[in-house]
Design a protein around this ligand. Structure first.
Ligand SMILES: [Zn+2]
Length: 706
C-alpha cells in the first residue's frame, strides 16, 4: 500500500497544474457534507448523499484542512503540545468525513461515477497530504515541541503521538541535508518506477503462460468447475473446443491437486515457479537487484546499515535479529514435519505402484490423497451448520460472553445497500459504544476480499468521546430464493477475523484520532483479528451457534472432531513455504553491501540452501514474483503474519488456561489491547495483558508442529 502511495504522489505532481475546477463550486446547502448530520449517532445520511456531492465536498475539505495547517504554522505563539500537536490531530475533520464515506463506498459499493471521481481525486489527495508531510514550517513547530518533551508532563499517549509524528517527518527526510534530500527523492522516484515495472512483468509473464489441452483424456480427474473454466478460457482465446489452464491460482491448484497426469502437472508447476524468471522481456531479475540496491542506499542515508533495520525499528519486532529468531525457531520445528509429509506421500505413491520420487509438482496431488485418507472431511457436510445469520449470532454471542456488550439491529438507520445491516453496540449497562455495519454478500459493485473499515474513528474531541462507526465487509455467497447463505470453514474464519478488527475499532478508548483503533504497526494489527479465529471451532463455542439451518440441530460431535483434526493437515508444507519466503525477504534486505550485478537466482538458491529447504518445496513466492516485497508495501515485513500469529496463539492460551469465556481475562485483553489503539508500545501492552513474553509453543501446537 505504501508503494502505491509513492506512485500516486508522482502522478499527483503531474496533475496539479490542470485542476482548475477545484474551487468553482460555491457552498451548496443541499449538499449533505456541508450540513450537520442529524441522524442517530451522526451516521452518514446515505439516503441523501449523491455522487455529485463528493467533488465539491472534497474541494472544501482540502481547503479547510490547508487553512487549519497554515494556522498552526503561522501561529505567532510559541509552539506547545496543545497549539501544535492537538491542533494537528484534530485538523482535517471535514475532509475525513467526506473521505471516509467516499472510500468505503468505492470499496464496497462503487459505480462508474464513483470510479471517475476517484481517478481525479486520488492524485489531488496524495498531493494534499504530501504538502502537509513535507511542510518545513510545520516540521519546525513539531520539532520544537519534541525537543521540550521531557518538560511537558505528557501522558503516555501524548508522548507517543509526539514521538510518532516527529519520527514520521524525520523518516520522510525532513532532517536530511539538502544533497541527501535530493538523492532520497531520486531514489524514491526510481523505486516507484521499478516497482510498477515489477508488477507489470509479473502480470504479463503470468498471462504469457498457457497449458493448452486438446485431448479430452488429459482432463481426467479434474473437477467439472475447473474443466468448464478452462473451456471458457480457451474460447476467449479463440481456441474453442480446447481447454486452457493458466498459472493463476484458481486454475493452477485444482489441476495440481486432481490431475493424475504427472507430465502436465510438472509443466504447469514449472510455469508457475519460473514466473518473471524466463529471460524474456518480462524478466524481473535485474529489477530485483536494482530495488535491493536502492533500498540499501536509502537506508544508509538515514544512518542504518540496511533496509530491514530502517523498516523494523518502527515495528514491534524492532530489529532483524528478532525477526530471524522467530522465523528460524519455527523453521526448525516445521522442517521435520514437512519431511515427514513427503514420506507419507511417498508411501501412498509406492503403494499405488506409481514408481516415482515425490517432486514439487506431485505435492498437491498426493497431499490430497493423504487428506482423504487421514481426515475424511467434506466441506459440503459441514456448510449447513454455518448459515450466515447463525454465524453472525455466534460472533455477537461471543462478544457478549466476553465483555457483556450487546448488538441490537437498528432498521431505522440509513444504509448504503439493502443487503447491509446496522447494529447499535452497547455496554452491559446500556451505555453506548458505537455503531457496527455489516455488509457480507458478494456483488458486482464490491471489490474482492474482506475488510474492516470505519466511517468515523473513536477520539476525544472538545472533551467529548466521539463514538466509532465501524464496518465489516465480506464477499460471502448471497442467499438465493431456495438457498440461504451457507459459509465454508474459511468464510466462518473470515467473519470472526474481521469482527476482531471491528472490535479493535469499536472498543477503542483513545484521546488522539491519529492513534485510535487499528492505527498500530503491521505486526500488531492482526492480533485482535486473528485471536478471534481461535474461538470459531472450539466445541464449546460451536455448540452456541453452529446449528443446522433447516432443523436447528447443533453440529454433531463427530463433525466437530473432523474439523479440528483437519486443522493440522499439510501444516509442514504450509509453514515451510511461508517461512522460506519470509527468510528470503529478510536475507535480501539485511544485505549491508549490495552488488549491483547480483545474480538474483543464485542468491535465492544460496539463501534457501543455507536453511536446508527441501527441493519439493519452493518459497511461497520466489524472488521474481514476490510482489508483496517488490511491488507492495511488505518489504522486510512478510514475517508480520507469523509474528501476529505467535501473539494471537499465545494470547488465546490465556483463555485456554482461565476459561474460554473468562470475563477477567477478557477485561484485561480489552483494557490492555483493544482499547489502547496505538497509544502505547505494543510489547508493553502485550506484557500488561499476558504477564510474560509471548512464546511460540502455542503456535507450534496450533499448527500441529509439536
Ligand atoms: Zn486482518
Amino acid at each position: 500500500m505504501k508503494k502505491l502511495l509513492f506512485l500516486i504522489i508522482v502522478a499527483a505532481l503531474a496533475f496539479t497544474s490542470c485542476q482548475t475546477q477545484k474551487n468553482e463550486s460555491k457552498i451548496d446547502m443541499n449538499n449533505p457534507f456541508f450540513k450537520e448530520w442529524n441522524t442517530p449517532f451522526g451516521v452518514p445520511p446515505f439516503d441523501e448523499i449523491k455522487n455529485e456531492d463528493f467533488r465539491p465536498a472534497f474541494a472544501e475539505g482540502m481547503r479547510l484542512h490547508k487553512e487549519e495547517i497554515d494556522a498552526i504554522v503561522n501561529n505567532p505563539e510559541e509552539p506547545t503540545f496543545e497549539n501544535t500537536m492537538v491542533a494537528l490531530d484534530k485538523s482535517g475533520s471535514f475532509l475525513n468525513r467526506v473521505n471516509n464515506v467516499f472510500s468505503n463506498l468505492s470499496g464496497a459499493h462503487t459505480n462508474d461515477s464513483i470510479q471517475a471521481i476517484e481517478k481525479d481525486i486520488e492524485p489531488l489527495l496524495s498531493a494534499h497530504y504530501d504538502d502537509i508531510n513535507l511542510n518545513e514550517g510545520l516540521f519546525k513547530k513539531v520539532k520544537a515541541v519534541y525537543e521540550q518533551r521531557e518538560n511537558l508532563d505528557l501522558t503516555t499517549e501524548e508522548a507517543r503521538f509526539l514521538e510518532k509524528k516527529y519520527k514520521s517527518f524525520v523518516r520522510g527526510g525532513a532532517e536530511l541535508p539538502a544533497d541527501k534530500k535530493a538523492r532520497m527523492r531520486e531514489i524514491n522516484g526510481e523505486l516507484a518506477t521499478l516497482s510498477v515495472q515489477f508488477g507489470e512483468n509479473v502480470l504479463k509473464d503470468n498471462n504469457a503462460f498457457k497449458l493448452v489441452i486438446e485431448d479430452e483424456a488429459d482432463l481426467e480427474g479434474l473437477p467439472a468447475s475447473s474443466v468448464s473454466a478452462a473451456a471458457a478460457t480457451a474460447k476467449e482465446e479463440g481456441q474453442e473446443g480446447k481447454w486452457i489452464f493458466t498459472i493463476s491460482r484458481p486454475s493452477l491448484y485444482p489441476f495440481l491437486t486432481y490431475s493424475p497426469n504427472r507430465a502436465l502437472r510438472e509443466k504447469l508447476y514449472k510455469g508457475y515457479i519460473l514466473k518473471g524468471d524466463n529471460g524474456n522481456e518480462y524478466d524481473n531479475n535485474k529489477i530485483v537487484a536494482r530495488i535491493v540496491e536502492l533500498r540499501s542506499e536509502r537506508a544508509k542515508l538515514f544512518g542504518y546499515n540496511n533496509h530491514a533495520e530502517y523498516i523494523l525499528v518502527e515495528n514491534m519486532a524492532q530489529n532483524p535479529e528478532n525477526v530471524y529468531d522467530i522465523l528460524t525457531q519455527v523453521w526448525e520445528k516445521a522442517l521435520p514435519v514437512a519431511k515427514q509429509e513427503v514420506v507419507d506421500m511417498q508411501a501412498i505413491a509406492d503403494k499405488e505402484g506409481a514408481n516415482i520420487k515425490i517432486e514439487g509438482w506431485d505435492w498437491w496431488y498426493y497431499a490430497e490423497k493423504v487428506r482423504q485418507d487421514k481426515y475424511a472431511l467434506s466441506e459440503e457436510d459441514v456448510k449447513p451448520y454455518f448459515q450466515v445469520d447463525n454465524v453472525q449470532k455466534g460472533i455477537f454471542t461471543l462478544a457478549n460472553k466476553l465483555w457483556g456488550i450487546t448488538f441490537t439491529e437498528r432498521t431505522d438507520l440509513p444504509k448504503y445497500h439493502k443487503d447491509g445491516k446496522v447494529f447499535e453496540v452497547k455496554e452491559a449497562d446500556g451505555s453506548p459504544i458505537g455503531i457496527f455495519y455489516t455488509d457480507y454478500f458478494a456483488r458486482p459493485s464490491k471489490r474482492g476480499g474482506a475488510w474492516m473499515s470505519s466511517f468515523r474513528k473513536q477520539e476525544m474531541k472538545d472533551g467529548e468521546n466521539v463514538l466509532p462507526i465501524i464496518t465489516n465487509v465480506c464477499n460471502f455467497p448471497a442467499p438465493t430464493e431456495d438457498m440461504p447463505s451457507l459459509l465454508s470453514l474459511d468464510q466462518v474464519t473470515t467473519m470472526f477475523h474481521e469482527f476482531g478488527h471491528g472490535l479493535h475499532g469499536l472498543l477503542s478508548d483513545c484521546e488522539t484520532r491519529t492513534l485510535s483503533g487499528t492505527s498500530v504497526s503491521r505486526d500488531f494489527v492482526e492480533l485482535p483479528s486473528q485471536i478471534m479465529e481461535n474461538w470459531a471451532f472450539e466445541p464449546e463455542m460451536l455448540s452456541l451457534y453452529a446449528k443446522h439451518y433447516k432443523t436447528g440441530e447443533v453440529i454433531p460431535d463427530e463433525l466437530v472432531k473432523k474439523i479440528n483434526n483437519a486443522a493440522h493437515f499439510n501444516q509442514g508444507f504450509t509453514t515451510i513455504e511461508f517461512l522460506a519466503a519470509g527468510l528470503l525477504d529478510m536475507d535480501f534486505h539485511t544485505l549491508n553491501e549490495v552488488d549491483p550485478n547480483m545474480d538474483v537466482a543464485a542468491f535465492e538458491k544460496a539463501s534457501m540452501d543455507k536453511y536446508g529447504l527441501i527441493p519439493q518445496i519452493a518459497p511461497r513466492y520466489r524472488s521474481t514474483y514476490f510482489s508483496h516485497i517488490f511491488s507492495g508495501g511488505y518489504s522486510s515485513g512478510y514475517y508480520a503474519y507469523l509474528w501476529a500469529e505467535v501473539l494471537d496463539k499465545d494470547a488465546f492460551q490465556a483463555f485456554k488456561e482461565n476459561g474460554l469465556f473468562d470475563q477477567a481475562t477478557a477485561a484485561s485483553f480489552r483494557e490492555n489491547v483493544l482499547s489502547k489503539g496505538g497509544s502505547d508500545d505494543p510489547m508493553k501492552l502485550y506484557l500488561q495483558f499476558r504477564g510474560k513474553e509471548p512464546g511460540i509453543e502455542p503456535l507450534l501446537k496450533g499448527r500441529g508442529l509439536m
